[in-house]
Design a protein around this ligand. Structure first.
Ligand code: BGC
Length: 370
């Protein structure tokens, strides 16, 4: 944080905020669920993104993470939609002209319907299809991107969707988990290559969810295994960190989702990644905290945890709080409130939560030190 280039910001993902993403597998599944568990208009950010960007700028952010909705860009197999590209171009231009760097995720849990009908990530053709979509996006949007994130949390996706079966396509099949992980690794590697062919200098990574204090076997499988599959094809490491494994840590404070809060875990994870000798970015870290009583401390303590890792030689270059605004929180619906900014899902009104100003002060302080 010392040299003033450290990036501070927040993120969202397409399906969680845009609204109306009716051409993907989540939407289809949500139709089978009771009313409050459907994304519907979400936070209507497809129309209101301008407001969100203004608020992020007012809060002093210097970076912003979004994801692109594959099902809007490639509406049917091989059919690309220039209007969606125009939309994302405007959004990215707006982020940049507000003085923020752009982190752009290509896959954040949702799949176009046509892809899921072909077997989704279980199919060995999907990595190539993902690379083709990636190429199109890179050619049309690459000029507005500072960091690419190919896939968000491949292990979480595979386990929730094919292991526990609680996300679409709701399978419980260990063999499918392996296939999906393998295909996502291939998808990442192919996308890495394509992104560098089109724009050699834009750094490419993926966002890896880490859990602190796992048993050695689970640590290997959940936290490390994917790295061995991608042969180090990443220019930075994206770290998503939320909690420690409850089994191994005594009494810890918890979030509204009962996730144990353990900032030291972030230091431990960052230190464990030092050996890869890549820049590290915390691409997600946040808390479900509807009454905003723990968020300020949560942010403060996790930023201190990053500083501690830096003191011990880790090259950490950014922190993106999750999430900028309240979102559709996947299978949990709208109950968990992660946002720095509250959203009233009836009126779509945005209200800045007090903890956002604490985060703002931290950002200003870090920039003043320079
Ligand atoms: C996901 C986000 C989600 C957050 C909180 C992360 O694993 O990338 O989409 O909102 O967790 O559950």
């Amino acid at each position: 944080m010392q040299d003033g280039t450290f990036l501070f910001g927040a993120g969202t993902s397409s399906h969680q905020v845009e609204g109306g993403n009716s051409n993907n597998d989540w939407w289809e599944w949500e139709r089978t669920r009771p009313f409050p568990l459907r994304s519907l208009r979400a936070a209507d950010s497809w129309n209101r993104y301008g407001e969100d960007i203004v608020l992020a700028t007012q809060l002093g952010h210097t970076a912003h993470r979004i994801s692109l909705e594959w099902s809007r860009i490639e509406t049917q197999e091989g059919r690309f939609n220039p209007e969606a590209i125009e939309h994302y171009k405007k959004l990215l231009q707006e982020i940049r002209s507000s003085g923020m760097k752009t982190f752009v995720t290509l896959h954040h849990f949702t799949n176009p319907l046509w892809l899921s009908r072909k077997g989704g990530w279980e199919s060995s053709r999907t990595p190539e299809l993902f690379a083709r979509y990636t190429k199109y996006v890179a050619q049309h949007l690459g000029d507005h991107v500072d960091f690419w994130i190919t896939i968000n949390e491949p292990m979480v996706y595979a386990l929730q969707s094919y292991g526990k079966g609680i996300w679409p396509p709701n399978k419980k099949n260990a063999w499918a988990v392996w296939k999906v992980v393998w295909n996502m690794a291939r998808g990442h590697v192919l996308a890495y290559r394509v992104l560098h062919q089109v724009h050699p200098h834009i750094p490419v990574g993926f966002a890896k969810h880490f859990v602190a204090q796992l048993s050695p076997l689970r640590d290997w499988f959940f936290n490390r295994f994917f790295f061995s599959l991608i042969f180090n094809r990443q220019d930075f490491i994206g770290v998503n960190y939320y909690f420690s494994d409850k089994a191994n840590v005594g009494k810890l404070p918890v979030s509204d989702l009962n996730w144990p809060i353990y900032p030291k875990g972030l230091t431990q994870i960052l230190l464990s990644l030092k050996k890869y000798k890549k820049p590290l970015y915390v691409t997600e870290n946040g808390i479900a905290d509807a009454d905003d009583s723990r968020r300020a401390d949560f942010i403060r303590s996790h930023i201190r945890a990053i500083e501690e890792a830096q003191r011990q030689g880790c090259d950490v270059r950014g922190y993106l709080y999750w999430s900028l605004i309240d979102t559709f929180e996947w299978a949990e619906g709208y109950a968990p409130k992660f946002g720095l900014i509250a959203v009233d899902f009836q009126t779509m009104e945005r209200t800045i939560r007090p903890s956002s100003y604490v985060y703002k002060a931290i950002i200003q302080q870090a920039r003043r030190v320079v």
